[in-house]
Write a protein that binds this ligand. Structure first.
Ligand code: HEC
Length: 174
């Protein structure tokens, strides 16, 4: 197995562990509502309207976000919409929330079945693009907080303010 594959495997295990932890905390609070910052994300702008993401379009997916077979939609709230749909340079306003809705397969995506969610929240605006401006949640009813795991990989997209799915990127797929 080459080094790249081994790394992806490790990442997969980390994801499995964090999913397990997330479902445990859901068990202890079964009636917890989703965070109001993203509870109504289905009514937001869908960045992936013309190109749903599958495979590995950015080349950096590893084993996360349901992997190569997964189908992934990305939504942005009104606060970040114009900036994220626009052109580089990207520096999103504080209050921007990006939700990734991910399905395990094309069939699940078509049926809207068993989606999982990961969420990025920009909590501070500054001239400097930094992971410290973002917090992360790993499920719809999860709690957003700092995450070296999420921020570490998203730092590959540091130049576009830690977001891979920008307007420029989507247009490059046309
Ligand atoms: C191994 C790298 C990696 C890790 C770890 C990772 N992501 Fe991502 N993430 C990506 C890639 C690559 C995309 C681009 C979309 C695609 O390929 O479908 C993405 C897309 C997203 C998006 C849609 C907006 C965007 O940036 O394109 C959100 C929201 C997101 N990730 C949240 C998270 C959260 C929350 C975590 C931690 C629980 C996390 N990610 C961990 C690689 C990663």
């Amino acid at each position: 197995m080459n080094v790249k594959k081994a790394t992806f495997k490790q990442i997969g295990t980390m994801v499995a562990t964090s999913t397990l932890l997330a479902s445990c905390s859901t068990l202890t609070a079964p009636f917890k509502d989703a965070d109001p910052r993203w509870a109504d994300f289905k009514s937001w702008t869908r960045l992936t309207d013309t190109h749903v993401s599958t495979g590995n379009p950015t080349g950096f997916l590893g084993g996360v976000h349901m992997g190569l077979e997964g189908y992934r939609e990305v939504y942005v709230n009104d606060i970040g919409r114009d900036a994220l749909l626009g052109n580089a340079p990207y520096n999103l306003p504080a209050g921007t929330v990006v939700v990734k809705e991910q399905f395990a397969s094309k069939e699940d995506w078509e049926a809207g079945r068993k989606p999982a969610h990961t969420i990025s929240v920009k909590v501070a605006a500054s001239d400097e693009l930094s992971k410290d401006n973002w917090i992360w949640a790993d499920s719809y009813k999860g709690t957003a907080g700092e995450s070296a795991f999420c921020a570490g990989c998203h730092s590959i997209a540091a130049k576009s303010d830690f977001v891979f799915t920008t307007g420029d990127f989507q247009r490059s797929l046309d």
